[in-house]
Design a protein around this ligand. Structure first.
Ligand SMILES: [Zn+2]
Length: 171
């Protein structure tokens, strides 16, 4: 399973709801957990691996599998406070900027057995959940950067676009 990079169109396409949590969904989740761990990421969303469905996995403590969780059709049902911190993204290598998000969120989702779960998250987990749910809506961190951070990352973003063009031309 390959993690797609900007400007792959899958990254800006909103993902569809998962109708049934079946073996195919569980198998995809397993692969995503593996890809996330391999990249030492704190989160990974379906669109980032070309899976256009509302499935995310998170692990605020990479390297320790105990922190791994998978959420199907996650939805933010409440937000509280505001926090700004620097963020990167596995689909945007070399890009980094400050993103302001809610400090705490409550997320409703299904687990891999199809049961409803509610997560009360703060700190890094709250940030990761908001970042991954953004991916499900086709939203990337670059859209949430300030004008200053957008300008600071413009060159790296263009480099990614040029790299994709070159790879495409070679095929
Ligand atoms: Zn990301």
């Amino acid at each position: 399973m390959k993690i797609l990079k900007w400007p792959h169109p899958a990254l800006t396409t909103p993902a569809e709801r998962i109708e049934a949590v079946d073996d195919a969904v569980r198998a995809t989740a397993e692969e995503m957990l593996f890809a996330m761990a391999e990249a030492r990421g704190v989160g990974l969303a379906g669109p980032q691996v070309g899976y256009g469905k509302r499935l995310i996995c998170v692990n605020p403590t990479p390297g320790t599998p105990e922190g791994e969780r998978v959420f199907v059709n996650p939805e933010i049902v409440s937000r509280e406070g505001e926090a700004t911190a620097s963020e990167g993204c596995l689909s945007l290598p070399g890009i980094n900027g400050k993103v302001t998000r809610a400090e705490k969120v409550v997320v409703n989702a299904l687990d891999l057995e199809g049961k409803s779960v509610t997560v009360h998250a703060d700190a890094l987990l709250a940030r990761v959940l908001q970042h991954e749910i953004d991916h499900l809506d086709g939203v990337l961190i670059t859209q949430r950067f300030s004008a200053v951070d957008k300008a600071a990352n413009a060159r790296s973003l263009r480099a990614l676009e040029n790299a994709a063009r070159t790879a495409g031309a070679r095929r």
